[in-house]
Design a protein around this ligand. Structure first.
Ligand SMILES: Nc1ccn([C@@H]2O[C@H](COP(=O)(O)OP(=O)(O)OP(=O)(O)O)[C@@H](O)[C@H]2O)c(=O)n1
Ligand SMILES: C[C@](O)(CO)[C@H](O)COP(=O)(O)O
Length: 238
């Protein structure tokens, strides 16, 4: 195997507060998770796709994955624990394998950004997808502004995030030996534990919105309509 795509769907969607994991909320008439599964499974450059699903909801994921030959595994308690579950599935894959980790919550991912990530992994060990920030971003400590980094130096990470599997293995081996290890994403693990590994950045897309709060579901309906219009234009079945 040379390439793999992992869709991280192990969360419970506490901030959306729908009573079910947000990846199962129906948007545009389909569960959110159906969109990234379709996009990843139909991308010709990926040899294997894995969905890491929230425990207690594996059956719902299996139903969506089975028609596409996508494997489902149970997630962990945190995003990084879910990443590690996918890495266990890939335990037999060589270090050179290119692997992309994608948030299921960024349901409307397109082939173009997947392509940019895989292309970057030809020359780099680690790749992030990012967009410039539009707000002024500050560090706050004790209710006071502690730092105001120049906005032109800042960017917002989206996903996919891509790695040579051997690089990610080395980063996580060090992270797991650190009792203070916490991370909100996988590039953060590489950045912290393998500081000599450059993380290259490719352009993101506003359509990669991460559904996080109830208001995001309004935008998601619009993005779902766009996604389905593109499917119809390409003559694809739902
Ligand atoms: N234990 C976890 C937690 C999160 N994720 C996934 O990582 C992505 C980004 O996480 P987030 O947006 O925080 O999702 P939730 O954890 O579900 O949301 P919340 O923090 O509001 O509960 C999501 O696709 C989520 O399913 C995961 O695979 N395993
Ligand atoms: C990986 C990520 O989407 C990059 O912006 C983000 O860190 C995930 O954070 P969350 O709190 O798990 O949504």
């Amino acid at each position: 195997m040379k390439t793999a795509g992992v869709i991280l769907a192990g969360g419970i969607g506490q901030r959306v507060g729908a009573g079910i994991p947000k990846q199962l909320i129906r948007v545009g008439g389909r569960p959110l998770l159906a969109y990234p599964i379709r996009t990843f499974a139909s991308f010709p450059g990926l040899d294997q796709v894995i969905v890491v699903m929230a425990s207690g909801h594996l059956e719902a994921a299996e139903e969506l994955c089975a028609p596409h030959g996508v494997r489902v595994v149970e997630g962990g308690d945190t995003r990084t624990a879910s990443t590690l579950k996918a890495m266990e599935v890939l335990a037999g894959a060589p270090d050179e394998t290119r692997v992309l980790f994608h948030d299921a919550a960024r349901a409307f991912v397109g082939h173009a950004v997947i392509d940019r990530c895989l292309a970057a992994l030809e020359t780099h060990e680690s790749v992030a997808v990012a967009l410039p920030v539009t707000d002024t971003v500050v560090a706050v400590e004790g209710g006071l502004v502690a730092d105001m980094p120049p906005r032109s130096t800042l960017a917002r990470f989206q996903t996919p995030q891509g790695f040579r599997l051997g690089t990610l293995r080395r980063a996580y081996a060090r992270a797991l030996a650190d009792p203070a290890f916490v991370a909100t994403d996988d590039c953060g693990v590489v950045h912290r534990y393998l500081p000599d590994v450059p993380i290259t950045v490719v352009e993101g897309d506003e359509g990669l919105l991460k559904v996080t709060t109830p208001l995001d579901l309004v935008v998601a309906e619009h993005l779902a309509a766009q996604y389905q219009a593109a499917e119809r234009a390409a003559g694809e079945d739902a």
